[in-house]
Design a binder for this molecule. Structure first.
Ligand SMILES: *Cc1c(COP(=O)(O)O)cnc(C)c1O
Length: 456
């Protein structure tokens, strides 16, 4: 190492900013909404991150979802290493792609076939092209606050990243493309019905997060997804259930599978699923899945074109297969329990300092919203009986200006939270007592900092 080699997070961030816009390859990593310098990770193991300065912190981002088993699980690392030593990019089909497809389909009885891609963005983009190709219609309905990746047509009112930057959508998306997307409020079935009436016979698909987690966690009202599926099918449109984040994280069959276990929410089947994050186990793998009949529209069997040099890459799918095979019911039970413990700890501390808040939770996915929900007009209710937001408009009313103080107190206390209040917190099977105790130790100061914060 020469003396000019960067050694601190600040050095690395400065160097990064000279060579990459904002110093990052995905905007939220730049700490724009919380301020300060993002730690540059030197190593990630289990539930812990270590930065280039040697600071060790509990990780509550888990790669934004993929690291269900914790970072660098030995079996996943072994599968990746073994595969990479045999091949990295064969250019033709290889066995791992078939095995990963089977692992996914076995867990989701509602789909017959999958197509593997490399990112969630590609999965939802292809799902929409498939829906348009199959229905011969153009329009897509999406919900404000739901994120489906960064393809042109899906960036309208797309949740956390854009909310953090206070952008309504993105520059560079032609009006002709934006006008093909109709945005309606989440959890509002009448708004969806009205959009169908207004654009009768022209809607190809409704795309929804199975349970939204990209405006913070805002669970669907019981039966909302079922009503959505019924309405789509009544109108000859397809329902695209985006489980890129929730799939194989909120349960062995994703959030859809969880809803099928309860009569209040069961009895619906989307036409197309999208997956990502967990199915790659930390490597670039995503997928869309549907019936034989629908998937037959995709090239090479059908006229809807889609392709990818790195699609089904053997090294990447090896990580996904190893992750899914290890993700048994005990893993989900463990993470769900850990989530309950963390929620109780935060809820108790925020109550202690007298800071009103709401919890959004689906199983092990959760986030907190700051503010007095009654005064802010939140129309839902959380698991503690407090008012909670039901859609993006309500979410945005929260006292988000309290979050930077909370976030930095946690970071200084050894806990790495998502650097935006509009993001979910993620746990893994590696979050044990040591990790949860570390979170508990950091919380009192953070709760006090949030309570003492003043609006900017
Ligand atoms: C993360 C995410 C995407 C986009 O996936 P990328 O791999 O980041 O392109 C799409 N939909 C949902 C629900 C997501 O959470």
């Amino acid at each position: 190492m020469t003396t000019t080699e960067p050694t601190t997070n600040q050095d690395w961030f400065d160097r990064a900013r000279s060579f990459t816009p904002g110093g990052v390859n995905s905007p939220v990593r730049a700490f724009g909404s919380v301020g300060g310098v993002p730690p540059f990770t030197a190593s990630a193991q289990g539930a812990w991150l270590t930065d280039v300065e040697g600071n060790r912190r509990v990780d509550l981002i888990c790669g934004w979802g993929p690291m269900l088993l914790g970072h660098s699980h030995p079996d996943v690392v072994a599968a990746v290493t073994e595969t990479a030593s045999r091949m990295m990019c064969p250019g033709g089909p290889a066995t791992g792609e078939v095995e990963l497809a089977e692992e996914i389909i076995h867990r989701i009885p509602a789909i017959d076939e999958v197509r593997l891609v490399s990112t969630g963005t590609e999965a939802t983009m292809t799902a929409i092209r498939l829906a348009r190709g199959a229905t011969g219609r153009d329009l897509v309905i999406k919900f404000a606050g739901c994120y489906h990746g960064h393809s042109d047509g899906l960036l309208a009112a797309a949740g956390s990243g854009l909310a953090t930057l206070a952008l309504p959508g993105s520059a560079g998306v032609p009006e002709a493309i934006a006008s093909q997307t109709i945005v309606v409020p989440y959890n509002d079935i009448e708004a969806v019905r009205a959009a169908f009436v207004e654009h009768e016979g022209r809607v190809a698909a409704v795309i929804t997060e199975a349970s939204p987690a990209n405006m913070g966690v805002v669970p669907p009202l019981p039966g909302f997804n079922r009503s959505l599926a019924e309405l789509c099918h009544e109108q000859g449109a397809l329902l695209i259930c985006d489980e890129v984040l929730t799939g194989f994280r909120t349960g062995p069959a994703g959030w859809w599978g969880r809803e099928q276990q309860d009569s209040e929410t069961s009895g619906w089947t989307p036409d197309i699923f999208t997956f990502g994050k967990v199915i790659g186990g930390g490597m670039p793998v995503a997928a869309l899945g549907a019936s034989h009949e629908l998937m037959a529209h995709l090239a090479p069997t059908g006229p809807v074109y889609q392709a990818g040099t790195l699609s089904g890459n053997p090294v990447a799918v090896a990580a996904g297969i190893a992750t899914l095979r290890l993700a048994d019911p005990a893993v989900y039970e463990k993470i769900d329990l850990a989530a309950g413990r963390v929620i109780d700890l935060v809820h108790t501390e925020l109550n202690r300092v007298g800071l009103p808040h709401a919890v959004g939770r689906v199983r092990n996915l959760f986030s907190f919203k700051f503010g007095d929900g009654a005064a802010l007009g939140w129309s839902g209710t959380d698991e503690f009986g407090n008012p909670a937001p039901l859609n993006e408009d309500e979410v945005k009313r929260q006292e988000s200006w309290r979050y930077p103080a909370f976030f930095h107190a946690m970071l200084d206390g050894g806990v790495s939270l998502p650097p935006s209040i509009f993001e979910a917190w993620f746990l893994s099977a590696a979050h044990d007592d040591e990790a949860i105790d570390a979170i508990a130790a950091a919380l009192p100061k953070a709760a006090e900092a949030a309570a003492a914060a003043t609006a900017v």
